[in-house]
Design a protein around this ligand. Structure first.
Ligand code: C2E
Ligand code: CA
Ligand code: CA
Ligand code: CA
Length: 278
């Protein structure tokens, strides 16, 4: 019988020993799932607000556990970070994402792809060159790749971060600050590091039309980004009203349930084909 993971955790919470055992076996399962290609990639479309066409997609990892069913990426990504296997996860995601992107390109749909990078991934030796080599192997132009660095990466070694972002940008790869406005990125970082994109966190976007404060923040952030030559993406767009405001502020790209939930690759490809044929 299938029981949700939360139920299991809740039941074992009082029982330290078994709680620990469940954790250990989940880590083993995750390790195996990465090694045996049992994770899946979903694509959430990103819409170009000027043209209405699909700019590209953000890839999001999915894990269906044979016993516990769907496990949220918030849970298994955190787990992978805690036990030190996040680099394997990220490299797996990258490889699979490029395979799928190559298929899109072969079918005549040149679209950008955004990949989430965890803080400790920045220490993967020679990361910039590895991304470039992997892109070449799958014949992906580097300017169709974007790496999303969560804001929490800003507490990491500054010089190392600067080197990495410079190397990525020099190779034509876009570098995005994810969850912008919720964490640690200061205007100093923004002025010193060659980011190419800023992703406004969905907490500012969700109820945009109801919050004058959020409107001021999103508008000012967009103005600043534009004058720095940095592209602006809004995430968590759920309503027509939010989209109208974002367009008025000059936000470049919009992503959220209003357009589409994250889709399995085949469905994303069908979505792109439909949009390209109208
Ligand atoms: P994120 O990078 O901020 O990704 C966006 C999350 O917001 C996704 O959740 C997406 O499904 C959700 N979302 C998109 N549009 C809307 C909307 O309109 N409303 C609401 N309420 N939510 C929306 P998801 O897929 O559950 O991923 C959660 C987090 O897990 C991601 O947050 C990211 O931090 C992490 N994650 C997911 N896949 C990966 C991965 O392959 N690698 C790494 N390092 N982290 C990942
Ligand atoms: Ca992201
Ligand atoms: Ca985000
Ligand atoms: Ca997030």
């Amino acid at each position: 019988q299938h029981q949700s993971l939360t139920t299991h955790y809740a039941r074992f919470n009082s029982d330290e020993q078994r709680h620990h055992q469940l954790h250990v076996s989940l880590v083993t399962d995750l390790r195996d799932a990465i090694e045996n290609d049992q994770l899946e990639l979903y694509h959430q479309p990103q819409i170009d607000l000027r043209t209405g066409s699909i700019h590209g997609s953000e890839v999001l990892a999915r894990w269906t556990h044979p016993e516990y069913g769907q496990i949220s990426p918030e849970v298994f990504v955190q787990m992978a970070e805690d036990v030190g296997i996040i680099n394997n996860l990220t490299l797996w995601v990258m490889k699979r994402a490029f395979q799928q992107q190559a298929q899109l390109i072969r079918n005549g749909h040149c679209r950008r792809l955004s990949i989430n990078i965890s803080a400790s991934d920045i220490y993967i030796p020679d990361l910039a060159n590895r991304v470039v080599e992997l892109a070449h192997r799958y014949h992906i132009p580097t300017n169709l790749i974007s790496l999303e660095l969560t804001e929490s990466v800003m507490v990491e070694d500054y010089n190392w971060l600067k080197q990495l972002i410079s190397a990525l940008s020099a190779s034509g790869i876009e570098v995005s600050i994810d969850d912008y406005g919720t964490g640690y990125s200061s205007l100093y970082f923004l002025s010193q590091l060659p980011f190419t994109e800023l992703k406004i966190d969905r907490s500012f976007v969700r109820d945009l039309h109801k919050s004058g404060r959020h409107q001021s923040i999103v508008r000012a952030t967009t103005d600043m980004a534009r004058s720095l030559g940095v592209m602006v993406v809004a995430e968590g767009v759920e309503t027509e009203e939010a989209e109208a405001l974002l367009r008025r502020y000059g936000v470049d790209v919009s992503q959220g349930y209003y357009y589409s939930r994250p889709l399995p690759f085949q469905q994303y490809q069908a979505y792109v084909e439909r949009m390209d044929s109208v």
